[in-house]
Write a protein that binds this ligand. Structure first.
Ligand code: GLN
Length: 486
């Protein structure tokens, strides 16, 4: 078996038994990056030297008999997560020269856990997009079909995990950006409950929706990564000071009697590919065969979720992105004219089209006279969506549905039609609006060999339950074992 294809769980076992070293594992991953990166374009920065130093340190610690679950494991980070001394661009030209003076809390925690950081991954600019085509630098390709998008905005993270360029990765999910690319690349991705993982050092897109989450090749690996990053952080006032369970230990029990809620409204969703709905239906049958019980639930305000999101997220983004003015960080357009002129030219040249579109939408919606009609109204409907989930979870333990309405689409297919692109998030956005945890895991392949994802949503801080259901499903199926031929 190629070392780069190991799961974190398998690699940990071999490291602990001293059958492999972290240096060997890290070299295998770096060689794999060198071999396939020109075809995938997943990385914006590869930190080979740093990785080999960290691997050597991990090997020393293993020799001294300290081998935690992430010790010596090569992982990579979406380039929206700040890394001390390592360029962090957020996929944007405006941040292309930015080198953070500090580590995000998740990075500090991964380092403390002994993980090896191999680099920074491509993404849609400021995490705005569903295809990674909005990156200011390059388009990442789907390892299962190089003519297709890997999903977005954490497309680099999902592609890198699928292609064996790291054993696990972190992404960020504001409206589906961990789950949707996980689905398109045939890997596991989890968006934790809002407040479960610190956002300190995560470049802000829409602060009330953003959450960092792991991508991996197995559910157990996702649990290990989540164990590594979850928990209260005094530096993030929205992180919640409640105890973090051991997610890996929570995978044990079965799912007999567990109620799986199927939202009535999702089946009727326009644009749902028949191959996706068949795979998800088959997955629910598998869960039933494992002892779970199917119940129908209703999420009546689902039809408004995309519209609500595309008011709230741009509003928050327009405010968060005001800081990129050519003075405080990164890029500044060449001088000439007055201060306002410098701001205007910096922001026009530094931001791409989609980011400018969202800043304009958000600024408009927050303007005096429009605030109540747009932002205020959207916030009210958001509350109704939260209520929908509360009612649904009175009747079920977990909600199951597709992650994305179609398998990965072709590069270029939707880029000129933002509204169609926005509908890629139709099944994922509600979980961010409600703040609940949700994950995607492989549940099938289309006739043309493209991965399909099953989404499982849980109650606030109910990560253990969705991970447990996912783990059982994975144990009963083989979809996660397939690797793209590269
Ligand atoms: N595709 C959605 C957007 O463009 C979600 C992105 C995300 O979750 N970061 O905003």
């Amino acid at each position: 078996m190629d070392l780069y294809n190991l799961t974190i769980t398998e690699a940990h076992r071999l490291l602990k038994k001293k059958e492999i070293t972290s240096t060997e594992l890290t070299r295998a991953v770096l060689d794999r990056i060198a071999a396939v990166e020109t075809r995938i374009d997943a990385f914006l920065t590869v930190t080979a030297d740093q990785a080999l130093e960290q691997a050597a340190a991990a090997d020393r610690s293993i020799a001294a008999r300290t081998c935690g679950p992430l010790t010596g494991i090569p992982v990579a980070l979406k380039d929206v997560i700040c890394t001390q001394g390592v360029r962090t661009t957020c996929g944007s030209k405006i941040l292309s020269p930015f080198i953070p003076p500090y580590d995000a809390t998740v990075v500090a925690r991964l380092k403390q856990a002994g993980a090896v950081l191999v680099g920074k991954l491509n993404m849609d600019e400021f995490a705005m997009g569903s295809s990674t085509e909005n990156s200011g630098f390059k388009i990442t390709r789907n390892p299962w079909d190089l003519t297709r998008i890997p999903g977005g905005s954490s497309g680099g993270s999902a592609a890198a995990v699928a292609a064996g360029m790291c054993l696990g990765a972190l992404g960020s999910d504001t409206g589906g950006s961990v789950r949707q690319p996980a689905s398109h690349c045939g890997v596991v991705g989890i968006k934790p409950t809002y407040g479960r993982v610190s956002r300190y050092g995560l470049v802000a897109y829409a602060s009330s929706l953003d959450q960092i989450g792991p991508l991996s090749r197995s559910v157990a690996d996702a649990a290990l990564l989540l164990n590594g990053i979850a928990g209260h952080d005094p530096a993030d006032s929205t992180s919640v000071p409640i105890a973090v369970p051991d997610y890996a230990a929570a995978l044990g029990p079965g799912i007999e009697g567990l109620r799986i809620g199927i939202p009535r409204e999702y089946a009727a969703s326009e644009g749902l590919d028949p191959e996706v709905s068949a795979a998800v239906e088959e997955a629910v049958r598998t869960l039933e065969a494992l002892g779970a019980r199917r119940v129908e639930v209703s999420l009546p305000h689902t039809q408004y979720a995309v519209a609500v999101y595309y008011v709230i997220a741009p509003c928050e983004a327009s405010s968060n992105l005001a800081r990129y003015d050519g003075v405080k960080y990164g890029f500044r357009a060449n001088a000439g004219g007055d201060l306002i002129d410098m701001y205007r030219r910096t922001r026009s040249q530094g931001f791409g089209a989609e980011v400018q579109r969202r800043i304009i939408i958000g600024t408009y919606c927050l303007s005096a006279g429009y605030y109540d009609a747009y932002y205020g109204k959207a916030s009210q409907v958001r509350t109704l969506i939260v209520e929908d989930f509360k009612k649904a979870f009175a009747a079920c333990d977990v909600i199951a549905c597709p992650t994305a309405p179609t398998p990965a689409f072709r590069i270029g297919e939707k880029i000129d039609d933002p509204l169609t692109m926005y509908l890629s998030d139709i099944f994922t956005i509600s979980a961010n609006l409600a703040g609940i945890p949700a994950l995607s895991l492989p549940c099938g392949f289309s006739a043309s060999g493209l991965p399909i994802g099953l989404q499982l949503m849980g109650t606030h801080f109910g990560e253990e339950t969705i991970l447990r259901v996912a783990h059982r499903f994975e144990g009963a199926t083989d979809f996660h074992k397939k690797r793209p031929a590269l």
